[in-house]
Design a protein around this ligand. Structure first.
Ligand code: SF4
Length: 409
């Protein structure tokens, strides 16, 4: 007899959408999302938090796009983010369009906030032109008042109807690149709403218990709601909404998926930058080589492979160890501090050697053993690269100009 003890019920098959490089639904691994808490206009602070979230387990990160400065920030963040970036649009259609100008890989629209049919269709058309998926993010707390009245409250049926109406607008302009969420802060309401959504739509579902509050109660609510649905085979991407450091959300999401056997357990956690206009090496090739060289050695480390020494060590300062490319050199860093500079051809070998020593000797000892001239050599390389490529290697200024023209014509 199959007791189901070693596996969950078969996952419900949904259609697949792609948020940048991350597939959602259609048999793809369930992905983890979290949301930054920095001001999106603070490019360096937001990127540092995105790296922290990625290291904690986030496959996707959402940033708020609530003002012109946030949209301009996104134009600079997206090319340097290690994971796809989704913009959360609040009330203004211009912000959705500006986020698309900025190059985000996904949008989240709340039908309770953006209500005008023409505006919803305009965003859908623009997203379609750029191949950007949209999440219809229904939230019990901001349900459209007409639906609230019609259904006598934010019931599961009302939440699903809100998503259905938004989807109908999208489909009128032939846009179907959609994920759906029907969140509530009540766990029973949320579970019932997602079960109904799963029976109604074949689009991938983003699971979450909204406003769950601080841990431990927030974690328990999130786990009760998300875990129940996942165990029933429902859900394609998840987010814990905690009143806490968002890295806790990402960690909890990842741990829940691992506990349910929906994602593999990690020992080595290799992260790599996306490689932007600043990259000095083929990041994918170096990251692949590093993954092969490091895995299977039982090294419980987060290791970062970064395309340039201009931003790499700072962006990945939460990683235990990393390597950033300079001018035909590799800059080895521990927790953001440069400890050694090696020829480009020795980058991966140096990474493996340092990883072994880091695990054997500890962070303090390895920082104390840093080469005396390493920080200075990195500073020289940084300056040389900035002089050679300028401070806008990703041509974010072109996108920012487009955003400014849109918002202040
Ligand atoms: S090349 Fe440099 S700036 Fe670009 S994403 Fe990689 S580390 Fe960041």
């Amino acid at each position: 007899m199959d007791t189901g003890a070693d596996h969950l019920v078969e996952r419900r098959v949904t259609r697949q959408v792609h948020v940048g490089s991350v597939a959602i639904g259609g048999g793809a691994p369930v992905s983890v999302q979290s949301m930054t808490t920095t001001k999106t206009a603070d490019v360096e602070g937001t990127l540092a938090q995105i790296y922290e979230l990625a290291a904690a387990g986030a496959d996707l990160v959402r940033c708020t796009c609530n003002e012109a400065a946030a949209a301009e920030g996104l134009a600079q963040i997206v090319p340097r983010s290690p994971v796809p970036v989704i913009a959360d649009i609040h009330f203004h259609v211009e912000m959705a369009l500006a986020a698309l100008d900025a190059g985000v890989q996904g949008l989240r629209l709340n039908p309770g906030n953006l209500r005008k049919e023409e505006e919803i269709k305009l965003v859908a058309r623009e997203a379609k032109d750029r191949g950007v998926p949209i999440r219809i993010g229904v939230n019990a707390g901001s349900l459209h008042p007409a639906l609230y009245e019609r259904f006598g409250g934010a019931t599961p049926e009302a939440l699903v109807e809100s998503a259905r109406m938004e989807l109908a607008y999208f489909q009128e302009v032939d846009f179907d690149d959609v994920k759906i969420s029907v969140k509530a802060s009540s766990v029973p309401v949320m579970i019932a709403a997602y079960r109904l959504a799963s029976a109604t739509f074949d689009h991938p579902l983003h699971l979450g218990v909204t406003e769950a509050g601080p841990p431990p109660a927030g974690l328990l609510k999130g786990t009760a709601g998300i875990g129940t649905l996942l165990a029933e085979g429902i859900g394609d991407t998840i987010r814990y909404s905690l009143t806490a450091d968002p890295a806790e959300e990402a960690r909890a999401g990842r741990q829940l998926l691992e506990a349910l056997g929906l994602r593999e357990r990690r020992d080595l956690d290799l992260i790599a930058c996306p490689s932007c206009g600043r990259a000095e090496v083929d990041v994918i090739a170096v990251a692949t080589e590093a993954q092969h060289a490091l895995e299977g050695r039982g090294l419980p480390l987060q290791v970062a492979v970064m395309g340039c020494v201009v931003n790499g060590p700072g962006e990945a300062r939460h990683a235990d160890l990393g390597i950033a490319a300079g001018k035909r050199k590799g800059h080895l860093f521990i927790r953001g501090k440069i400890v050694r500079v090696v020829p480009e051809g020795e980058m991966v070998a140096a990474l493996v050697e340092e990883a072994e020593r880091l695990v054997a000797e500890g962070v303090e000892a390895r920082l104390a053993a840093a080469d005396a001239g390493a920080e200075r050599a990195a500073a020289e390389d940084r300056e040389a690269l900035l002089a050679a490529r300028g401070d806008d290697a990703n041509q974010a200024s072109v996108r920012i100009e487009r955003i400014r023209n849109r918002l202040n014509p």
